[in-house]
Design a binder for this molecule. Structure first.
Ligand code: IMP
Length: 430
């Protein structure tokens, strides 16, 4: 029995979906604990591409239980759409397969409206939010005005909460942002219908996890976004609105820290970022362009082109510290094939100082110059390689450098998008 947390070590889009899908084969429960439908997992299974925003990717494995914890913010319309799409593909999502916390906060239409209106006013200071209402929903959670999944089961309580919320939100939307107000009655009807449809799936996720843990099940906690989008530890304000670090698996699912045994960090073999914010190793040249094209680096949620750059180990090392990583999973290594000379940012020069972690303040990051080491590239197609020892010498050199710079061992290397295009060195569930 083992309980494992998987998180992204960069700015999201590290390929966590594929990794979670792979590890799910040996897990019993797969749990999401933060974020919402700002995330997007692209999975290729039997040559078919699936994109999910809310349902844990483990749903593709029959017999596994997927859970959405209290730390997630949930847009019921999006969830129902994903469930319907799966049903149409012959994979019905039953309450035995999907459990939603009764205490998960609900993304309401005014959250989306405010997210977009606010971003629109920011002009040059735009964060690049996905506009899904994630931030405003977390705001309501913290100011104790939020609506939770169980509220959708009670008309009277929902009506009262909606009334109180809309008084304030409509004032903001109309008077401050110059947008149209929203109608309480139609929202009430729409969300009660969502409540009715989803009620069989609602439960106490924390208790379900305790039961599963006591029975000796393997639990897999699936982080969304990446460490440097964390609301506290990321490149604030260019971050998302939740804690993306591994510690939040405990708060966001309702499990104690002593029940977590392994924390793995997913590292893309290069770096990407979508939206605004600092990115010291960014490449604005044809190499960055080649990474974007070959890696298919376009947002799974918004379709925006992702910014690309060299692997930055100051970023990864900071993630080793913030998450207490047990090991690394390197993804998309095949995208680097054919680039004659590769660079890894090993540290930053900041004035006269050499630092090996990304500082949290924007001003300090701007003053950082990446210090890069060069590594010879490889030409051979590595996507068919299944054993570490069969990789070309230069690929091994690159990976060994990553392992050494991070100071934690490699667990898995992904050499292509398919489930089987993977080299497993250590398995967290074995
Ligand atoms: P929000 O979470 O939609 O408010 O967006 C805040 C910032 O986080 C923006 O820069 C987004 O592009 C970024 N972001 C949010 N979710 C993801 C993700 O799953 N992958 C990568 N970036 C994300």
């Amino acid at each position: 029995m083992a309980n494992v947390v998987i998180i992204g070590t960069q700015w999201g889009d590290e390929g966590k979906g594929k990794v979670v899908d792979l590890l799910t084969q040996k897990a019993d429960c797969i749990v999401r604990f933060q974020g919402g439908n700002n995330a997007g997992h692209t999975l290729v299974v039997n040559g078919r591409k699936y994109i999910f925003h809310l349902i844990p990717s483990g749903i593709l494995h029959p017999g596994k239980v997927c859970m959405i914890g209290n730390g997630v913010v949930l847009d019921p319309a999006v969830l129902i759409q994903e469930m319907d799409r799966l049903r149409d593909c012959g994979m019905p999502v039953t309450p035995e397969r999907l459990v939603i916390s009764r205490y998960t906060h609900v993304i309401m239409p005014y959250h989306r409206a405010l997210d977009l209106a606010r971003e629109g006013r920011k002009g040059a200071h735009r964060i690049g939010t996905t506009g899904r209402g994630i931030g405003p929903c977390y705001e309501d959670k913290v100011c104790r005005g939020g609506i939770r999944m169980h509220d959708l089961l009670h008309r009277k309580a929902l009506r009262e909460k909606l009334k109180r919320n809309l008084e304030e939100k409509n004032f903001l939307l109309e008077r401050f942002f110059g947008e149209k107000p929203l109608d309480a009655a139609s929202i009430e009807e729409e969300y009660l219908a969502y409540g009715e449809r989803l009620s069989p799936y609602l439960d106490n996720v924390s208790m379900r996890l305790q039961d599963a843990d006591r029975k000796g099940c393997n639990l897999l906690f699936e982080g969304a976004q990446g460490t440097h989008l964390d609301i506290d530890h990321g490149t604030y304000p260019f971050v998302t609105s939740s804690n993306t670090v591994a510690g939040n698996a405990c708060c966001g699912a309702g499990i104690g820290p002593t029940r977590i045994h392994t924390v793995l960090g997913v590292v893309k073999a290069y770096t990407t970022r979508v939206g605004g914010g600092p990115f010291p190793s960014e490449l604005k040249d044809e190499t960055g362009e080649a990474m974007r094209e070959r890696g298919g680096e376009f947002g799974a949620t918004t379709g925006r082109p992702r910014r690309c750059g060299w692997l930055d180990m100051a970023v990864v090392n900071t993630s080793v510290r913030l998450n207490g990583l047990s090991g690394l999973i390197v993804t998309k290594l095949d995208v680097l094939t054919g680039i004659p000379s590769l660079k890894i940012c090993v540290a930053y020069k900041c004035g006269n100082e050499r630092i090996q972690a990304i500082p949290p303040e924007l001003e300090a990051i701007e003053a950082c110059e990446p210090i890069c080491e060069e590594f010879p590239g490889w030409e051979n197609d590595i996507s068919r390689v299944r054993r570490f020892s069969d990789l070309p010498g230069n690929t091994v050199r690159y990976l060994k450098a990553v392992e050494e710079l991070a100071g934690v061992p490699l667990y898995v290397v992904s050499v292509g998008p398919g489930r089987e295009e993977t080299i497993v060195l250590r398995h967290p569930f074995e």
